[in-house]
Every structure is written in C-alpha cells, then in structure tokens.
Design a protein around this ligand. Structure first.
Ligand code: NAD
Ligand code: IPM
Ligand code: MN
Length: 346
C-alpha cells in the first residue's frame, strides 16, 4: 500500500534518545512505509533562534498523517528559558491547533512488572483526558506583579461543545471494553460551575449508552483509590488538569513513568493526531542512554492503531510485554531496550 507521512519531533533531553528507539520499532512492525520528516523544535532551537513553533512549520506538520513526539522542556530554571515557553508555545499549541481533544492515556500493569503497591490487583484502565480546554487555555492574568497586592488568576474554560465531545468519546471506548464502566472524575463539590456542566453532560450522554455503568468520584478520592484499589477503574473521563495529575500517579503504580504511553487524538481526523510518552525531557538523565524507551515505543503502537493497523500495534504490545516479563533488573542502555523489543517482534 502507499506510504504514510509521519512528522517526527524528537524534542529535548531524553526525547531524541527514546524517539530513535520508537522509530526502530515502528519501522520494523509497520506494514506500511512511513515517509518521515524530522522537525527541529524545542529548547535548543529556541535558545539558538528564539523560535518555538513558527506558523509555517505548524502548517507543514498539519499536512502529515500522524506525529511522533519525544519530549519538550529545557533544564529547570534555565534563566534563558522563560517558564512554560516550550510547554505552552510548542506542546500545547500543537494539541490545541490540531484539536487533540482526546488525550488517551492507558495504564496496564503487565505480568512481571513490579508495582509499588503490595496488592494492586488486575490494573487495566484508560484515562480519557480532555486535551483542549480547562486550566490549560491560558485564560487568566497577573496584576500588580511583585507587590504585596499581586493577584494571579488561571481560569478554567469548559464549553458544552468541548465537554460533550470528549465525554461521548469516553463512553464509546467504555462500550467497546469488557467491563463497560465509566468513571467521571471532577470536583463538583467545589468547582460547581464546571462540575455541573461535566455532570449534566455525562448524565445526558449516558442515555445513549445504556450498557455502560456510570460512576463518579471527586479527584481527591481518586488519589485514594489509585493507591488502594486501582483495579476498580475501567475508563476514566476527566478534564485537562485532573487528567494530567491522575496519569502520572497511574504511571507510577503500573511500572513507572518509563512505561506510560499516550495519544493526543483528534477523533474527527480533521488534523493529524500526536503520540508521545507521558514523561518529560528528564534533564537529570539526558544524553546518558539511561532512559527507558518503552513509553515511546508503546506510543508508536498507539499511533499504528490510530492509523488502522491494529495488528501491527498488537505485535508491538506483545513484544513490549515479552521484554517486560524478561527484565531482571540489570541495567540496559536505551538502545539495547529498543533492539530487544525489535528482536521480539513476531
Ligand atoms: P520528567 O517526566 O521529565 O521526569 C521526572 C522523573 O522521571 C525524572 O527523575 C526522570 O529522570 C524520570 N524519567 C522520565 N522519563 C523517564 C524514562 N523514559 N526512563 C527513566 N526515567 C524517566 O518530568 P519533570 O522533571 O517534571 O519535567 C522535565 C521537563 O519536561 C520540564 O521542562 C517539563 O515541563 C517537561 N515535560 C514535558 C512533557 C512532554 O513533552 N510531554 C511531559 C512532562 C514534562
Ligand atoms: C504531560 C505534560 C504536559 C501537560 C506539560 C509539559 C504541558 O505534563 O504531557 O502530561 O501538562 O499536559
Ligand atoms: Mn503531565
């Protein structure tokens, strides 16, 4: 069949290291050829040229079938890097501009993987995190900065349109899973405006999915259950910031941040979806071949699945599972893990 166009953004820190391994595995597993374009974006480009994501580059990226991203973000407190400049100007700009309203973050505790929980049970859930609204819209401001009267606001934006489309997507995912259970997570006891919108829309959309069991938890209680009974979760739907926080904890209880994959999905396919590990650029271990590329590799599997190659995605997942089950704790370089997973592709 014809080739697909892949935009690759290796980014900063361990981003290029893990992306190289994800590409090895993607090329070895994919039934289709990927015509790749690599984009030099991130801290280094910004520090060199002052550019974060020029409009012309965004337009070019848009003209691809999918995006594979490593990680962005410089060293903490670099005086030359204004806080958030790359996070907002590159990562969030891509998520917003390409309408990645479903931020898909699966968590599965594979056999043989150690969890910090003594009795985690069978953990296999997916967080559907809203990706284009909430506290991430940059709606807010600061007044009287630096004075004792400084006021800083970050306003969470939630639209009926935005909430309904992500909630419907989450219900459809729950419907396709054996347990057919959906948990809405919010803080309706305090955030009453956004909370009531999320609650009402969830009740309404539930009418279309009579087979799906609907549950509700406040975000603070989710932290309790993540640590005591994560097996209770099937599909979680939540807003942008709660989803961000939940998924780092979810990663930590299912083998660590080095394993957690994600997709920034545009379900309507009006623009390319973007696949990336949940982790960041890890400046503390960058350039040392110490990073685990598994999250990036599993993100490549999500990419293949999104493009309709479910079989190839399943082969990557099986190879990852085999590699995880064979780990004995001896250290391996980033590239050795990538090579081992390629070798395990059936
Ligand atoms: P981080 O995920 O980069 O690192 C947290 C800890 O996890 C570090 O100790 C790191 O060494 C470890 N770690 C992360 N990935 C690993 C891997 N694959 N293998 C082994 N260990 C791994 O989070 P942070 O330190 O909060 O953020 C660093 C930078 O990354 C910041 O600039 C932040 O804004 C950015 N960030 C970017 C993304 C993204 O690009 N999607 C996500 C999160 C953070
Ligand atoms: C993530 C990251 C990003 C987020 C940051 C870097 C903007 O933490 O992908 O989880 O908050 O979404
Ligand atoms: Mn995060």
């Amino acid at each position: 069949s014809s080739s697909l166009k892949l935009a690759v953004i290796p980014g900063d820190g361990i981003g290029p290291e893990v992306t190289a391994e994800a590409l090895k595995v993607l090329e070895a597993a994919s039934p289709v050829k990927f015509e790749q374009t690599t984009y030099d974006l991130g801290a280094e480009r910004y520090l060199r040229t002052g550019e974060v994501l020029p409009d012309s580059v965004l337009a070019e990226i848009r003209d691809h079938d999918a995006i594979l991203l490593g990680a962005v973000g410089g060293k903490p407190n670099d005086p030359n890097l204004p806080p958030g400049i790359l996070e907002r100007g590159l990562l969030l700009k891509l998520r917003f501009a390409l309408d990645h309203y479903v931020n898909l973050r699966p968590s599965k505790l594979y056999p043989g993987v150690t969890s910090p929980l003594a009795a985690p049970g069978e953990v296999d859930f997916v967080v559907v995190r809203e990706g284009t609204e909430g506290l991430y819209t940059g709606n807010g401001g600061a007044m009287r900065v630096g004075t004792p009267h400084e006021v800083a606001t970050e306003v969470s934006v939630n639209t009926a349109f935005g909430v309904e489309r992500v909630v419907r997507d989450a219900f459809a995912r729950a419907q396709r899973r054996p347990r057919k259970k959906l948990t809405l997570v919010h803080k309706t006891n305090v955030l009453v405006n956004a909370g009531s919108l999320w609650w009402r829309i969830t009740q309404e959309v539930a009418q279309e999915f009579p087979e799906v069991t609907v549950d509700y938890l406040h975000i603070d209680a989710v932290m309790i259950f993540m640590a005591t009974d994560p097996a209770r979760f099937d599909v979680i739907v939540t807003d942008n910031i709660f989803g961000d926080i939940i998924t780092d904890l979810a990663a930590a209880i299912t083998g660590g941040i080095g394993l957690a994959a994600s997709g920034n999905v545009n379900p309507d396919r009006t623009a390319p979806s973007m696949f990336e590990p949940v982790h960041g650029s890890a400046p503390d271990i960058a350039g040392q071949q110490k990073a685990d590329p598994t999250a990036a590799i599993s993100s490549a599997a999500l990419l293949l699945d999104h493009l309709g190659h479910a079989d190839a995605a399943a082969r990557i997942d099986a190879a990852v599972l085999a590699d995880l089950s064979s780990r004995d704790g001896s250290p391996r370089r980033t590239s050795q893990i990538g090579d081992a997973i390629v070798a395990r592709l059936a």
